[in-house]
Every structure is written in C-alpha cells, then in structure tokens.
Ligand binder design. Sequence first.
Ligand code: NAD
Ligand code: ZN
Ligand code: ZN
Length: 347
Amino acid sequence: MRALVFQDVKQLGCESIADAAIVDPGDAVVQVRLAAVCGSDLHIYRGHEAGIDAGTAMGHEFVGEVVAVGKDVERIRVGDQVLAPFTTSCGDCFYCRGGLTARCERGQLFGWVEQGEGLHGGQAEAIRVPMADSTLERLPDGVPVETALLAGDVLSTGCFGAERAGAGPGATIAVIGCGPVGLMAVFSAVRLGAARVFAIDTVPERLEQARELGAEPVDFAAASPPEVLRQATHGRGADGVVEAVGTPQATRGAVDLVRPGGTIAAVGVHNEPQFALSPGEAYDKNLTYVAGRCSARHYMDRVIPWLRDGVDLGGIFSHRLSLEEGVHAYRIFDEKLEGCTKVLLKP
Ligand code: NAD
Ligand code: ZN
Ligand code: ZN
C-alpha cells in the first residue's frame, strides 16, 4: 500500500510499505478515506521530536472504512465508517476509567514507530488500529465527514484547552496561536459560553478564521496583546489562556496575558527542558498551569454532540490534496505558504 513516510528531518516520501494487517485479535484495519496533517506532525518533520524510525507512515488524524477485524472485536464491524482519536485506548484501565484515555496503560500514538515498536500512521491507504472496540467510533450521522475528522484531534484538543482554561459564562479567554488547535479552542470557548475570546497570532488568514469563529483577533506584530487584554478587563488580564503553540515564547506570552488567580492551559506540545516561567512568577500571580496531551477518545464524546446541529468546520481546511502530494502538503503547512491553514489528504 502507499503511505507518506518519514525518511529524515524535513524529508518525507510517498512510498510503498507493507499492507496494514490484523496482528492482535482486538485489531481492526481501516481503509483511510481522509487523513489530515497536524501541527504535531510538524514537530517530527522539523526534528524537534526525535526517535521515530525511517519508514514510519506519518499522521494520526483520519477517518475511513473498517475492512477487517480480529476475532475478539465485537462492537466495530467490517463496513463501519469510523473516526479515530490520535491515540489508542483500552477503555478499561485506571486512566481510561477516569477519562484520561491519553495515558491509557496500553495506549499508543498513531504514526510513531521507534526501534520497530509502535504504530504506523493514517497518512496511508490503510491503517492498523489496535483495541478497535474501545478506540474507534462510528462516524456520527448528519455530521460532514471533514468536520467529524476534526473531532479525533484538534477539536477535542481545543475543547480540552478551553475547558481547562476556564471558558464558561462571563469568562474572558485568550487563545495564543491560531493554528487548527487554537482555532478549535476559540470555537470551543465560544461554545462553552465565554464572554469574550481573544485570539493571538500574526498570520492574517488564521486571524481572520479566528474572527469568523467568534474571537477578537490580535496581531501581536501590530498590537500588544497584554495591553489589549488589560483594556478589556479593567486592567486585570485574561481569566484563562489557552496556549496552543508549544514554544517558550508562547509560554511567556501566556504569563503576560493571564490575570492574578487565572489559569494557563498549555496544549501546545513542548520539547524544551525547562519552564519559561519562574516559580516566583507563578507564586506572585497565584497561577494555575495545566498541560498535557488531550484524551481525545474521551473528549470526542463531548464535542460530537456540538456538531449534530449542522455545524460545518470544514472551512478550516485550506487544501485538499492527494497522498502523492503529501510532501508538498507538509512544506506548505510548515512554511505557511499558499495561505495554508490545514491540509486534508485523500489516499
Ligand atoms: P500550527 O503550527 O498550525 O499552529 C501554530 C500557530 O501558532 C501558528 O499559526 C503560528 O503562527 C502561531 N504562533 C507561533 N508562535 C506564536 C506566538 N509566540 N504567539 C502567538 N502565536 C504564535 O499547529 P496546530 O496544529 O494548531 O498545533 C498547535 C500545537 O498544539 C502544536 O504544538 C501541536 O503539537 C499541539 N497539539 C497538542 C495536542 C495535545 O493533545 N495537547 C493535540 C494536537 C496538537
Ligand atoms: Zn494532531
Ligand atoms: Zn486504558
């Protein structure tokens, strides 16, 4: 089968690899209908996350049709149209029972094979999905398929971030970074009832999308976000900040925006060894800082009902390309060329 594989830093290739197949009795094989490229794939592509084997199929955002199941699979059937969260989960361990499916004792991340162990990704013609019964969900009726795909990662992650930042009636929320995750955090914060949502970035088309989703855009190259937030909040700052970038600069931005007693919810993936805020700053502002991988399997169930009333978030995709065009897709998403906000790949 064809797959977009990691070869080296900033070097991918569309290659033929071994067909996805049932290995364990709980597995399913999904023929991929649509796959998306995520900001998290860029950490691998840019070499900020190291250890992945050359030859690994990239990606963890996909929807498709189940074409085979192992003998222990009961709930999911051949022919089902399914969506997947970006990690597998058993649904039954200590963490899964508590809703922390991202930390399932048996969970694995799609698109990460290291020293021969792990899972290939969904930017391929097909993908093997372990623990299929507890990992996969059937595509919801009446939801556009491109929108449903977003529930497997960036929409769930946006909701996770917005909720943990305290988005709710009366709250003023700032979202740092208007990539797909930040945009879905804006959508979620509005949905959760936040009074005002400010969205910070410099890329014009991304700021415009944030505005369309209900945020007040702030181009930090042209205006000072802390100043804008202070003016909006009687000098206090944001009640909660969703940091959806994953750099020390973004953490610094969050510290400067949040009010005393507020919360920073970091959903950006960080690879640096130390916090960009000091214990003294955290103390002096009575800060709450929360971080981590979204439990997308858990949050999917929370966000899918939001989509049933005709919401179409497909506008977040600026490009729809073939798998064979995947190398180009990464380049334009990485370098923000051609107005690229997010890419769908159709195998
Ligand atoms: P992206 O790269 O498309 O978006 C990042 C955006 O941040 C860009 O628009 C960029 O212009 C902007 N930006 C960069 N520096 C900034 C700064 N200092 N202040 C404000 N904006 C800044 O990526 P994405 O797909 O939106 O993902 C965002 C982050 O979320 C990534 O780190 C990704 O790995 C992470 N992520 C985390 C989870 C999770 O489970 N926690 C899930 C999905 C993605
Ligand atoms: Zn992702
Ligand atoms: Zn589990």
